[in-house]
Write a new protein. Structure first.
Length: 123
């Protein structure tokens, strides 16, 4: 997978802690990274995220099938794939309600997708 790949929602894999943990060769450091991710997810979603639920992830657009649980179950991902979109900036319904909820946690995603959409619409 291209380590600079962007997800459907505008998240950059190169900044995603789950993907970065996947790429980390040092097992001890990888476990520390995953523990930190589990703690952060617990804060965001108000649920306990066991460390075992932080698997490897090659990015939601990857064809390997190696995905973080949240990516595998993501409604944004499913919608974009069903519409055969490169990312959500190319959708007629952009930005939809699912993306607006996502932007609360990752406002930079909106900036990336807005930029792509603006470039696409320029003559």
């Amino acid at each position: 997978m291209d380590e600079y790949m962007m997800s459907y929602c505008g998240l950059h894999c190169r900044t995603c802690p789950i993907h970065l943990a996947t790429l980390e060769p040092d097992q001890a450091k990888q476990q520390t990274m995953r523990a930190s991710i589990a703690q952060e997810l617990s804060k965001i979603y108000g649920t306990a995220s066991p460390l075992k639920e932080i698997p490897d992830c090659d990015g939601c657009r990857s064809s390997t099938g190696v995905l973080f649980t949240g990516c595998a179950d993501c409604g944004i991902r499913k919608c974009a794939r069903d519409k055969n979109l490169e990312n959500c900036a190319f959708c007629e319904s952009y930005p939809c309600g699912m993306l607006l909820k996502h932007y609360v946690y990752d406002p930079d995603s909106r900036k990336r997708l807005d930029e792509i959409r603006m470039k696409r619409c320029q003559p």
